[in-house]
Design a protein around this ligand. Structure first.
Ligand code: HEM
Length: 511
């Protein structure tokens, strides 16, 4: 007995206090966002929880939301999360261009990646992020990217050899996503570490661990009880995640250590090591070398831990995104044979009179129509559909609305790219939208597959170069045709297709 109350009385009081706190919280959250349109709630407690799915129907519901509300709306995920969804260039501008010191990444989604990617650029904020971004930017300079173009050619040739083997066996269709994932992982592995999956066992284990980790991340996101660390790390899935992390970390650690030792042995740190170790001789500087040599204004570089985190991040951030982009480009060109033919004519013109079919750095700027098709596909099927952020200060939007600090903001790349106020007939694949004459009046924030502002994608030129090489070489040699079934979209970290993306292909005579 306490103050004359029985245990039951104390329990009842505690429950009532909790309920009171919950209701107060809901009221405060909803009031804070009342200047935004509010779509009908599922119910008062759950808010909009569970109203959006990640499959074809879920994405169509987002289309409806964008058509109905035009620029933004509030969204409540149960009593605890209040969110503003934004899908108009004028409404996302201030959020994307805000300084890195007030922009924060949400801990739930990005936090799950931490045990794998450590303290990498993608997950950093504030001063630390600014310093690392400055150190990493030179690694993506055009002079460096030029050296990777032959790797993109090589990896594409390997994929085409595999397609010819399949054709010889009478197989005329492939899961495009699977094929292209192997290609992008192979080229990233070569660009980052100068080693390849085809002749070596360890890189193969590394790649399979990365694929495991990506799959496990999605499974964790979709199963709410596993959002709780304590439960996740005791589950079979959590243990598999730890095992795969161990493989990835050991692989990266060995290479970084080996390179650091080589570098320390060099009298002139500017000269790049001639590799005699177990990895193939490097003709070009890879990303690991560049990170080892990076120095800030005070002459300070990155630690081995930081280099490992950034290298793992490149593999994660670069492979699935580019694979998704390329798969959807081939899908859109399969569905629009006239555009496919125009791209092929452009590529064949470029390659005419050459002994070998190789795309060089200088060729990339000549592929004007092909680039328009790549951009239109990135608009219609953007690999990353949304970014989540919160801010350490109140943020203004047009219409004198204020997003209170700490409120989750979902910047919908998907919504902006399919907003009929911005893109007439948004569901039509029309590459001429990216004809320079048609782009002049468009907001710079109407097309943001690589995000925009200070935290935009550091690898976008790398990705564009790779996509142009893969598309050009593939169209020069093969005709891509629609598969047997309609493709249904599925969003899992990046935009995929349910049950894979099956497309048919035919080999053409190389002219
Ligand atoms: C078509 C391919 C790609 C797409 C669509 C894409 C898209 C994006 C987007 C939307 C972001 C912003 C993410 C956020 O703020 O949460 C981002 C960030 C990033 N991307 Fe990419 N990406 C692609 C390829 C690559 C490649 C090839 C690399 C590296 C080799 C890369 C490395 C990164 C990194 C390191 C960041 C974090 C930048 C920062 O926070 O400062 N990406 N990417």
């Amino acid at each position: 007995m306490l103050f004359g109350l029985s245990v039951t009385g104390i329990l009842a009081l505690s429950v009532a206090a909790l309920l009171c706190a919950l209701v107060t919280r809901i009221i405060i959250n909803r009031r804070a966002l009342r200047c935004f349109n509010q779509p009908p709630l599922r119910n008062w407690i759950m808010g909009h929880m569970g109203l959006m799915g990640h499959n074809e129907e879920g994405l169509q519901r987002v289309d409806d939301l964008v058509c109905k509300y035009g620029h933004s709306c509030s969204w409540f995920l149960g009593p605890f999360y209040n969110m503003v969804r934004l899908f108009h260039p004028d409404y996302i501008r201030s959020l994307l261009t805000a300084s890195a010191s007030i922009t924060l990444k949400d801990r739930i989604f990005y936090g799950f990646m931490k045990p794998w990617l450590g303290n990498c650029l993608l997950l950093q904020s504030g001063q630390e992020w600014s310093r690392h971004r400055r150190l990493l930017t030179p690694a993506f300079h055009f002079d460096i990217l030029k050296k990777y173009v032959h790797i993109f050619n090589q990896s594409t040739n390997i994929m085409h050899d595999e397609w010819r083997r399949l054709l010889a066996k009478g197989e005329h269709s492939v899961d495009m996503f699977e094929q292209i994932s192997s290609l992008t992982l192979d080229s990233l592995l070569k660009c980052t570490f100068s080693c390849d999956t085809h002749s070596q066992e360890k890189p193969r284990q590394y790649i399979s661990a990365i694929l495991d980790l990506s799959r496990l991340l999605v499974q964790r996101q979709h199963y709410l009880p596993y959002h709780w660390d304590w439960l996740y790390w005791r589950s079979a899935q959590g243990r598999r995640f730890q095992q795969a992390c161990a493989v990835v970390h050991q692989f990266t650690a060995d290479i970084v250590q080996e390179r650091r030792t080589q570098l320390d042995q060099q009298s002139d740190p500017e000269s790049h090591p001639e590799n005699t170790g177990r990895y193939r001789k490097r003709k070009n500087t890879d990303l690991i070398d560049l990170l080892l040599l990076a120095k800030d204004d005070k002459g300070e570089g990155l630690t081995n831990e930081e280099i490992k985190a950034h290298a793992d991040m490149f593999m994660f951030a670069g492979h699935d995104t580019t694979a998704s982009a390329l798969s959807w480009i081939f899908y859109n060109l399969a569905m629009n044979q006239d555009y496919q033919e125009r791209c092929r004519a452009e590529v064949r013109d470029l390659l005419a009179d050459r002994d070998t079919h190789t795309i060089g750095w200088e060729d990339l700027s000549q592929l004007t129509f092909t680039t328009m098709c790549i951009k239109e596909s990135l608009r219609l099927h953007s690999p990353v559909l949304a970014l989540t952020r919160y801010y350490s200060q109140n943020m203004k939007t047009p219409g004198d609305c204020v997003i209170p600090h700490g409120c989750l903001c979902l910047i919908s790349i998907y919504g902006v790219h399919r907003n009929p106020q911005v893109w007439p007939d948004p569901l039509v694949f029309d590459p001429t939208r990216f004809d320079p004459h048609n782009s002049d009046s468009r907001s710079p924030h109407a097309f943001i597959p690589f995000s925009a502002g200070p935290r935009n994608c550091i690898g976008q030129n790398f990705a564009m170069a790779e996509m142009k090489v893969v598309v050009a070489l593939t169209l020069a040699r093969f005709k891509i045709l629609p598969g047997p079934k309609p493709v249904r979209r599925l969003y899992q970290l990046v935009l995929r297709a349910e049950g894979g993306m099956i497309l048919h292909f035919q080999e053409l005579n190389e002219e």
